[in-house]
Structure formats: C-alpha cells, structure tokens
Design a protein around this ligand. Structure first.
Ligand code: FES
Ligand code: FES
Length: 242
C-alpha cells in the first residue's frame, strides 16, 4: 500500500491505495466521485475523461500514483455554487445526451478542446478531437452543436466577467442569454458572436431591469468582431435560434 495526495476539485485529498490502483478507481471507489464513468477499461470510450493539471486524460489509462501531487478536476468540480459550467449548460440546451453515460467524459473533453483551440473552434476540429469519446445514443450531431454552443456561452461569461460587471448582473445576463437563445441578425459570424449577443442581451436586460449596473460600453469591447462598439439594431421580429 502507498499514500497518494492530490487536489481534487479544489480540495486536498489523500488515500491509501495499492500500487496498481488506477486514477479512475481512486476517484470512484476511494473518493466516491462516481460522475467519472468506466465504459470500457481499454482506453477507447472516453467515459472516464478528467482533467489532470488542466489537461484532459482518460483516467483509466494512468495509475493514481501518477497523479500524486496533481490538480485533478472531475465533472463534479465544474459547477460553481450551483451554476452549471457553460459547457454543461450547452449539453443540456442542445440535447447533447440521451442516457448520459458518455456525457461526463464528453463535457470534460469538450472543455479541453475549447481550451486548446479557442472558442471559435470549427466543426471538423470538434469531430476530430472527439474521436476518443464514444456515444452509443445521440448520433453525435447534437454533441458537436453543444460544444460549439458551450464555447460561445463560455466566452460570453469570460467577456462579461472581464468587464467587471456586478456578479448578479452577469448571472442575470447569462440566464437571459440561455432563455432567449437568440443571436442578432446582421452578425457576420455563422451563429452569432458573443459580444454582439451580449449587447443585445444587455439592452434587453436594461429595459427589463433598469437598475442593473451595466451600460453598453462595458459590453462593447470584444476584439473578435470589427463592428463591435458600433451601434446596431436588435430586431426582435427577426430573432434566429442558435
Ligand atoms: Fe477509460 Fe473507456 S473507461 S476510455
Ligand atoms: Fe448515451 Fe452517449 S448519451 S452513450
């Protein structure tokens, strides 16, 4: 037996394990973090993907002792005070799951894909990068849509947070974005850009909640789109679904 120590989902943990204990076993059996699934045990399905020091890894492929001293994040560590990670929210919104068995691994892989490729990652790249994650239910299109959607929601959250909006305002804006599920017409991005969306949502929210501590200048600072910062009209008659 040996002792391992690591940070899992931001908390220090330790355990007495056999040398042969896999990381996935340690997470599931010692820590009871059963959101990380075991679908094959032969490194093929991706149901066991977690992040080790910020990088996705199939936790059935490494020993727990190899993660000694590491920062490990599992699906249970993504939500923040009850608020889903944007990628989790996007999987829910896009029906990116049926039985849900592959979903924790899909979400963890999707976050790593966006981390490495940026929020404008294209569909062929998403499909190629998800080759190591197998789903028996969905046919993949809704999963690919969820990854694209999640990357946009994620960027929107980062943009808004970076502009030092009041936390309550950020949450309301995001809830509203999810509720509306629209992108303003006229945006050159195929499915809408987060900054323009933030402007549209900000206008709408301001009308609904006049006391929100936001104004357009806080939202109009994204470098992605050249038109950002210019006034534009949000036409509620011509909303497009994402
Ligand atoms: Fe790890 Fe299938 S259980 S890849
Ligand atoms: Fe069932 Fe993917 S949702 S295996």
């Amino acid at each position: 037996m040996l002792t391992v120590n690591m940070n899992v989902n931001g908390k220090p943990v330790s355990g007495e394990i056999e040398h042969r204990t896999l990381l996935v076993q340690f997470l599931r059996e010692n820590l009871r973090l059963t959101g990380t699934h075991v679908g094959c045990d032969t490194s093929q399905c991706g149901a066991c993907v977690v992040h080790v020091n910020g990088v996705s890894i199939k936790s059935c492929t490494i020993l727990a002792v190899q993660a000694d001293g590491a920062e490990v994040t599992t699906i249970e560590g993504l939500a923040d005070r009850g608020e889903l990670h944007p990628m989790q929210q996007a999987f829910m919104d896009n029906h990116g799951l049926q039985c849900g068995f592959c979903t924790p691994g899909m979400v963890m892989s999707a976050i790593d894909i966006v981390n490495r490729n940026g929020s404008d990652v294209d569909e062929p790249t998403v499909r190629k990068e998800l080759e190591g994650n197998i789903c028996r239910c969905t046919g993949y299109q809704s999963i690919v849509d969820a990854v694209a959607d999640g990357s946009r929601l994620w960027l929107l959250r980062v943009l808004l947070a970076e502009h030092l909006l009041h936390r309550r305002a950020v949450l309301l804006l995001l809830q509203h974005a999810i509720h509306l599920g629209v992108s303003p017409l006229g945006c050159p991005a195929p499915r809408g850009c987060p900054s323009r969306l933030a402007l549209a949502i900000g206008d709408s929210m301001k009308a609904q909640y006049p006391d929100l501590p936001i104004d357009r200048s806080m939202l109009a600072a994204c470098a992605i789109c050249h038109d950002v910062g210019k006034p534009f009209e949000f036409d509620p008659e011509n909303q497009q679904r994402w």
